[in-house]
Design a protein around this ligand. Sequence first.
Ligand code: CP
Length: 334
Amino acid sequence: MQPMDPNQIQLNQEGRLKHFLTTEGLSKEILTEIIETANSFISTQERSVKTVPILRGKTVVNLFFENSTRTRSTFELAAKRLSANILNLDIARSATSKGETLMDTLWNLESMYSDMFVVRHADSGAAHFIAQHITPNVAVINAGDGRHAHPTQAMLDMLTIHREKGSFENISVAIVGDILHSRVARSQIYALKTLGCNDVRVIGPNTLIPKDIESLGVRAFNNMKQGLKGVNVVIMLRLQKERMQTALLPSESEYYRLYGLTTESLAYAEPDAIVMHPGPINRGVEIESAVADGPQSVILKQVSNGIPMRMAVMAMAMGGQNQEQTLSEQEEAK
Ligand code: CP
């Protein structure tokens, strides 16, 4: 069976975002609009009153079936700053732990007149599945599904790169580490390529780089010196040991020696290169503290940018749902 085109699910009949499930297949226009909308929310975050009434009266449910610090808390703050009501479901105490299925949990929450679900799940495709089965006019935002996608992380990274480097053309970006298990890397690669970045590289041991990665238009390197040469942006990734079924590395110390970002290895990149990491960071495993806390690091700026970016995605998806509802009501009235 052919996998369904994600845009058949995440766009409405007018081509507007109504769910946000993946960066794959989204047009340059939509990705640019997401960045511009997030940029417009940055100024609201610098005011003493940070709320805007865009989602007033709407109910957003945070459904995190996997642990999270940054994504869950910035979605909560973003929803509050859009004036929405937010419900954080405590999965460990919910009926899911008594065997209730995912869809039964969702249908029950939907019956409480929820307008949006923010979902993190260990299974790839969970957010797509929910979006396909949920009642019309309820938006689904993917907050990370298995190894598949983490589109809001990728877009807050695009916002950060855009603000730091000005554009995506004429820059080189290296993504370093555990590409194989990374939903973030996949979502970043789709977004970077669509936004016009012609030089995207991945760096890591062969065991942590998918065999077909170059089909996405990126170049693969096994050597930090060669891979980082002349890059403007270095994105470090965590080793996702929880997703490794077999030993894919000789040892952590050997990995750090070969692929850790240290003051010494960062010198292979351009002198004004920025250092990024989606978090959580593992100091001394993939990144040296001096680099993580150093002048080239924008890791905490990424976290700050998570709020306006999540505000943008929620506002746009709700707008797309409202537009679809209006169009179907007009259709019914004919
Ligand atoms: N980057 C990221 O998804 O972090 P959390 O797991 O803390 O949400």
